[in-house]
Design a protein around this ligand. Structure first.
Ligand SMILES: *Cc1c(COP(=O)(O)O)cnc(C)c1O
Length: 435
């Protein structure tokens, strides 16, 4: 007598889909997603990992744990404020609310009073100009790199962008700003050396083919020692002599100088020093959504806004909404984390440490996101056994600590204080799980 092949008992897709429990667990998910989960469970049954009779339960369990998006919220316990791997700047409450409000139909290009079409993004533009009075006009695009490409293409396609060799920045993941600019047809005219560039170097390079002068803040590295660069004011005079625009990429996007970060340039300072257009990211120190900010002289911004490429790097309604709310709402989480009182951090760290029987150690936070390299943000961390780190990352909520020197360090700088209890629970569970 032959025994029946158990694989014959694996329920067919139609039957699994018709099961009321599967139907309920899959509500709110696409048909393709649910079918994918069913297929995976059937495959596990075929491979003998689960019994054929367990397929429905496996599908229900998998669907129950799944949202339509698999991005997992993380408590950032690294002390790194603008953490690239965690999506850079977390949004303020006002910006989060604005995102929800703008996610349906919204008057992004409509004047409700007249019923006529209006200019896109007027409110975000106004908020930027109020926050940065040195600018005559502003344009928001998709991201900082997009802003740079738009500016150099509109002002110098088929011509030359004069830039110092000391400002050739690779922004991460292998992307170099120089490659980016050349990809749309501007030629880079490199001047000076890695450590020193003089006004005469710029002057010698300017000719009939010059499209613009470009100064880039070397945001993620520092050249120390025998160095010199040309102040923006001097570049401004040179640009005036030759009637060419001066573009400045400040990178991180501080609106105004911040005493915590004395070497970090701001949009306002660059404009006051004479930049025709300044460029910054929206989701670094600015503390908002991913965006590229272009502020400057009306005539130049208008040229960029009407250049065809502008349409390809256009900001969406969600970005515009969150950006405006970042400016008009309360302090951004980035600003809070930068200006947290170290004593307050110490108290919170000590409370957490006491509750789990751990030590508090001095720990410097960082700006991160390629900003203010090497600048410490003095604070404190709770030191836990290294093995706790993995348990914390895989916990619910997920917590990302810093692993350093054989220890798991939990820095509260970027954890909202309202989450301290949630963090404590997460640490307790992680410690139990690794004991
Ligand atoms: C981060 C950065 C960019 C790129 O900005 P994204 O918003 O990431 O596209 C460009 N230039 C500088 C100097 C930067 O620091």
């Amino acid at each position: 007598m032959t025994t029946e092949d158990p694989r014959r008992r694996i329920p067919r897709t139609d039957r699994v889909l018709a099961d009321p429990a599967v139907h309920a667990a899959g509500a709110g998910l696409s048909d393709a997603t649910v079918r994918g989960v069913v297929g995976a469970a059937q495959q596990r049954a075929r491979a003998g990992e689960i019994a054929p009779e367990a397929v429905v339960d496996a599908v229900v369990a998998e669907l129950a744990g799944r949202g339509a998006s698999s991005l997992t919220p993380v408590l950032n316990a690294t002390g790194v404020v603008v953490h690239t791997n965690l999506g850079r700047a977390p949004l303020s409450d006002a910006a989060r609310q604005a995102l929800r409000d703008a996610s349906g139909y919204v008057d992004v290009e409509l004047d409700l009073a007249t019923g006529q079409r209006s200019k896109r993004g007027v409110a975000a533009r106004e908020a930027l100009l109020e926050a940065c009075p040195a600018a005559e006009d502003a344009l928001v695009v998709n991201n900082g790199a997009g802003a740079l490409v738009l500016a150099t293409t509109a002002l110098a396609a088929g011509r030359e962008v004069v830039i110092s060799r000391g400002q050739f920045v690779e922004i991460g993941a292998g992307f170099r700003l120089s490659d980016l600019m050349e990809s749309t047809g501007a030629r880079l005219r490199e001047v000076g050396t890695t450590n020193r560039t003089h006004l005469a170097d710029y002057r010698d390079a300017i000719g009939p083919d010059t499209g613009c002068l470009l100064a880039v803040h070397p945001s993620n590295f520092r050249v120390a020692g025998f160095t010199s660069s040309v102040p923006l004011g001097e570049l401004r005079s040179l640009a005036d002599e030759h009637r060419i625009p001066l573009v400045v990429d400040v990178g991180s996007g501080l609106l105004t100088p911040d005493p915590v970060l004395p070497d970090e340039p701001s949009l306002s300072e660059a404009l006051e020093a004479g930049a025709d257009a300044v460029i910054a990211s929206g989701d670094k120190l600015f503390g908002g959504p991913q965006a590229g900010l272009l502020l400057g002289r009306a005539e130049i911004i208008e040229r960029l806004a009407t250049f065809p490429l502008a349409r390809a790097v256009r900001a969406d309604k969600l970005t515009l909404a969150a950006l405006e709310a970042t400016l008009r709402g309360g302090p951004s989480p980035v600003a809070r984390a930068l200006h947290t009182d170290p004593e307050k951090l110490r108290e919170r760290a000590e409370a957490l440490a006491a509750a789990v029987g751990a030590d508090v150690v001095p720990h410097d936070g960082r700006v991160g996101g390629g900003g203010a390299p090497g600048v410490p943000l003095p604070g404190w961390a709770v030191r836990l056994p290294e093995a706790t780190a993995r348990a914390l990352r895989l916990g619910s909520p997920a917590v990302l600590p810093r692993v350093h020197d054989g220890a798991c360090l939990v820095d509260l700088r970027c954890v909202p204080q309202s989450q301290d209890d949630v963090l404590l629970d997460a640490v307790r569970r992680a410690l139990e799980g690794t004991r």
